[in-house]
Structures are given as structure tokens and as C-alpha cells.
Design a protein around this ligand. Structure first.
Ligand code: GLY
Length: 355
């Protein structure tokens, strides 16, 4: 698991061709969704010598397509188009594509080589790196899957001009999470960066430093037995906010929920572990400015707590588990909080976010 090659470049076609020259696969498959197939993949393929002869497999866009049916269609396409144990699969898209494509490659003929070409900031900073692959099943997210790292991940910011601002901000929340887990300098640099004005080269440099935070953690704990749980910072409240918003019929982007969840977790960190209030205020101000508020009231707390109780990171439904911080860079894993403590944290959250 430790040998995943990360390549940061704004010439992705050249990097792909170099990689293909090295391993010389007899067949090349490229997995896209209906958006990347139209907007991004042609831009990569026209500059690549090898991709001209690749077989493209396209599935529908969006999380509903991270399904057993789509997976079966990918396996069939691999089998019907001459896929062998020596084939190469290239997953070009967001997190849905790298998750399902990684799983399809890990299982087809007991496993073929694959590389990820994440085309969104969110997938570059999170899903494409670290070997989590899988599909949703039985109404549950990521219920079936395996840990299997892509042989290489080719990360470029040059196609982010196809992304809406909300999508960029969504990815940036995961970068902020890595900064908080890493150290004060990294986290403060992220607070200074203006995501609305971001252009390809400075963002690529910032992204490279940031993705290396995740890479180092995954190398130490690939199967999430301990340290990797630090990457769940902000995610217990985030998943509750996402489920709450979905139930109201107004879904919110994952990264927005992560940004709000980070503020809640830093409040809990301040209450239980003395996380510095100056840092908490800086993050809350940044989150309010870039992500706006989420319209919760105290009447929503029972529902939010219920969602948190059923989070799959908990050891039991009576204990709600959080990854918290004593300070930027100082992670405390497996901290539990009571419903009363969480309600106080949500009150403070609403104050800080002026809700
Ligand atoms: N998304 C967190 C992880 O990869 O562990």
C-alpha cells in the first residue's frame, strides 16, 4: 500500500503517456462519467498518443450511480472488450469514478492495474488517494468495497475551470481539514488563500503539500486501525448535516457540510481539550465567509443527534465518537461526547456562524 505514486502536473496527458510507456499494457480502459466524458476527457485524450487507442467506458454522473448495476456494467465492458489480467484501467473523474473504478479494477480477474486521474478538487484531495474503493449498497454509502491503492494518481488543476465555485469550495474544506491535522503553518496558509481567485499553478502547489498530509497518514495506517481516523475530523457532524439537509429536500455539497462540521468539532475540541479559542474563531470566520450558514435551529438538535448516533464510526449507538484536536497538528482520536455536550457545541456553532 505504501508505494502509491503521486504525480502533480498540469500536463496530465504527458504523465499518462509516460506511465503507459513504462508498463506497456496490452489494453487500456478509461472509466469516465457522462460529465467528464464530455467536458474533461476529450481535453486529455487529444494530447495523448496512447489514449487514442483506449476503450472508454462511461457511466452516469452522480452518487446514485455508485451502484452494483454500474459496477456490473463496467465488469461487462471490460470482459466484452478484451480485458485481461494485464489490462490497465484509468479512472478519470470525481470521487464516484475513482471509488467504483478502483473497485472494478481490484476485482476484475482478481485485480488489474489502475491509475486515478481525479478531475475535481474534492477527489484529488481525498477519494483518489489512499486506497478506499467501493460502491453504495442496500441504501448504505460505501457499504461494499476493498482497500486497494491506485498504482499512480495523476493530479492536475488545469481542468478545474470546468467546475462550479461550489465544487471548488467543497474540495477546499477537505484541504482545510488536512491543514488542521498537519500543523499551524499549513493551516494558516490555507486561511490566507483566496479560493475564489485560485488559478491553476498556485493551487497545484498548495494541493501538492496538502495531499502529502493524507499520503503520510495513509502510509502509517493504511487500513484505518488508528491514525487514519484523524481524517474523520469534522465528519461526524458533517454527515449529520448532510442527512438533515437531504431529509429537508435541500441537499448540501459534502465539502460544505465538512466545513461546518470542522467548526463543531473544533468547538468540542475547545470544550474538552482546550483547543485555542483564537484558532477556533479564525476557522469559524473563514467558514462563515466561504460557506455561509446552515439553517438549523435548536428544534433540529434531536434529529441531528440521532444521525450522529448512527454514524458508522461509532463503536455503539450509545456513544458518539469524534476525532478532535488539542491544537493544530495535535490529534486526539476516539473521543466520545454526550448529547448534552454536543447540544452546547451546536449552540456555540450557531452563535459563531450568526444563525
Ligand atoms: N476520506 C478519509 C480517508 O480516506 O480515510
Amino acid at each position: 500500500m505504501a508505494n502509491q505514486k503521486l504525480i502533480f502536473t498540469n500536463s496530465p496527458a504527458e504523465a499518462i503517456d509516460r506511465y503507459i510507456n513504462e508498463i506497456n499494457p496490452p489494453q487500456i480502459f478509461v472509466l469516465t462519467d457522462s460529465n467528464t466524458s464530455r467536458l474533461v476527457y476529450p481535453r486529455i485524450a487529444e494530447k495523448s498518443r496512447h489514449l487514442k487507442k483506449a476503450c472508454e467506458i462511461t457511466i452516469g454522473a452522480g452518487d446514485v450511480n455508485k451502484s452494483l448495476e454500474s459496477l456490473a456494467s463496467i465488469w461487462s465492458a471490460l470482459g466484452n472488450n478484451g480485458g485481461t489480467r494485464r489490462s490497465l484501467m484509468i479512472n478519470a473523474g470525481g470521487g464516484v469514478i475513482t471509488d467504483i473504478g478502483g473497485f472494478a479494477a481490484a476485482t476484475f480477474k482478481r485485480g488489474i492495474r489502475f491509475i486515478n486521474v481525479p478531475t475535481t478538487l474534492l477527489s484529488a484531495v481525498d477519494a483518489a488517494v489512499g486506497g478506499k474503493t467501493g460502491i453504495n449498497f442496500n441504501g448504505l454509502k460505501n457499504e461494499i468495497g476493498v482497500f486497494r491503492e491506485a498504482d499512480a494518481v495523476i493530479i492536475s488543476t488545469c481542468y478545474y475551470d470546468t467546475l462550479p465555485q461550489t465544487e471548488l469550495r467543497s474540495g477546499y474544506a477537505e484541504m482545510l481539514k488536512h491543514g488542521l491535522i498537519s500543523d499551524r503553518a499549513t493551516f494558516e496558509e490555507l486561511l490566507q488563500f483566496d479560493i475564489a481567485e485560485a488559478n491553476a499553478e498556485p493551487l497545484l502547489a498548495l494541493l501538492e503539500k496538502n495531499v502529502m498530509v493524507k499520503k503520510r497518514i495513509v502510509e502509517e495506517d493504511p487500513l484505518e486501525h488508528g491514525l487514519r481516523r484523524a481524517l474523520n475530523l469534522g465528519h461526524t457532524p458533517a454527515h449529520a448535516f448532510e442527512s438533515w439537509a437531504m431529509a429537508k429536500g435541500k441537499p448540501v455539497p459534502h465539502g460544505y457540510a465538512v466545513a461546518w462540521g470542522l467548526v463543531v468539532d473544533l468547538i468540542l475540541s475547545h470544550m474538552s481539550l482546550g483547543f485555542p479559542s483564537g484558532d477556533l474563531h479564525k476557522v469559524a470566520t473563514f467558514v462563515e465567509r466561504n460557506y455561509g450558514p446552515i439553517g438549523i435551529t435548536c428544534n433540529d438538535y434531536p434529529q441531528l443527534l440521532e444521525y450522529m448516533r448512527h454514524d458508522k464510526k461509532n463503536a455503539s449507538v450509545n456513544e458518539i465518537t469524534f476525532s478532535l484536536l488539542e491544537a493544530p497538528g495535535k490529534v486526539k482520536l476516539g473521543h466520545t461526547a454526550t448529547p448534552d455536550e454536543i447540544s452546547v457545541a451546536l449552540d456555540i456553532f450557531r452563535d459563531l456562524m450568526h444563525i
